[in-house]
Design a protein around this ligand. Structure first.
Ligand code: GTB
Length: 215
């Protein structure tokens, strides 16, 4: 059965691959699962039909027969659990890869999102100036630890896994801020991941939407 995912009709990132549907596209490409994409506008996301799939009126969603999922991490995990290629066969290694998926989404991503939210609040100077250094320090602390853990390895724990996929996509959102480039090890880790053919296909597919050449 071919699953259907949802993505922005007009992504605010203009095809830079930073919206959360990119993780899902990338996971589907890694396992060789074809998929359909339904593009939704901001207005349509808040309508009851979309909220039936996603209670918070966001993208991405994932539909496969009578199964409907939301939250990019849970969708990537579902894909990884039902196909070969994104999770190790060994039970303990599998649990460690899933741990890294959670670390990406629940530990590393929140301060990165806060950094972006703060930039929108730049007009509120006192709040911006007070919080910005704290948030940047928190991000740098996680990146230092992650970089030390990665060391000379290619991926975080053995072969490329859904843990790397989630971590890299979270880190890539930092690129415009310049913070990722302060960590050569992590920057190279992200470049390795971006060079994967599956990433390239997913990136091209979402870019085609932004440039009006696909869907
Ligand atoms: N935790 C959820 C998940 O992982 O699936 C978060 C989903 C989410 O934030 N979805 C966003 C959304 O639907 C789009 S991706 N927003 C509409 C709304 O809330 O009304 C987030 C995103 C947006 C823009 C950029 N960008 O411009 O760089 C990057 C990421």
């Amino acid at each position: 059965m071919i699953p259907t995912i949802t993505a922005f009709e007009r992504s605010p990132d203009r095809g830079r691959g930073l919206a959360h549907d990119m993780r899902v596209r990338w996971a589907l490409e890694e396992v060789g699962q074809p998929y359909n994409v339904r593009l939704v506008s901001f207005a349509a996301m808040k309508q009851p039909a979309h909220r039936a799939l996603h209670p918070f009126g966001q993208i991405p969603t994932y539909e496969e027969g009578d199964l409907a999922l939301f939250e990019s991490g849970s969708i990537v995990l579902h894909i990884a659990e039902h196909h070969v290629g994104l999770l190790p066969g060994d039970a303990k290694a599998r649990a460690r890869a899933i741990t890294r998926m959670f670390a990406a989404a629940s530990t590393v991503e929140p301060p990165i999102l806060e950094l972006q939210t703060l930039k929108f609040a730049e007009g509120d100077k006192p709040r911006f100036e007070q919080r910005l250094p704290m948030v940047k320090d928190r991000i740098r602390a996680y990146l230092r630890d992650l970089s030390a853990r990665l060391g000379d390895a290619e991926w975080l724990d053995g072969d490329f896994s859904a843990g790397d996929l989630m971590m890299v996509h979270v880190l890539l959102r930092l690129r415009p801020s310049g913070i990722l480039d302060e960590f050569a090890t992590l920057s190279a880790y992200c470049d390795r991941a971006r060079a994967r053919p599956a990433y390239q296909r997913a990136f091209a597919a979402q870019l085609a939407v932004a440039t009006g050449n696909g869907g």
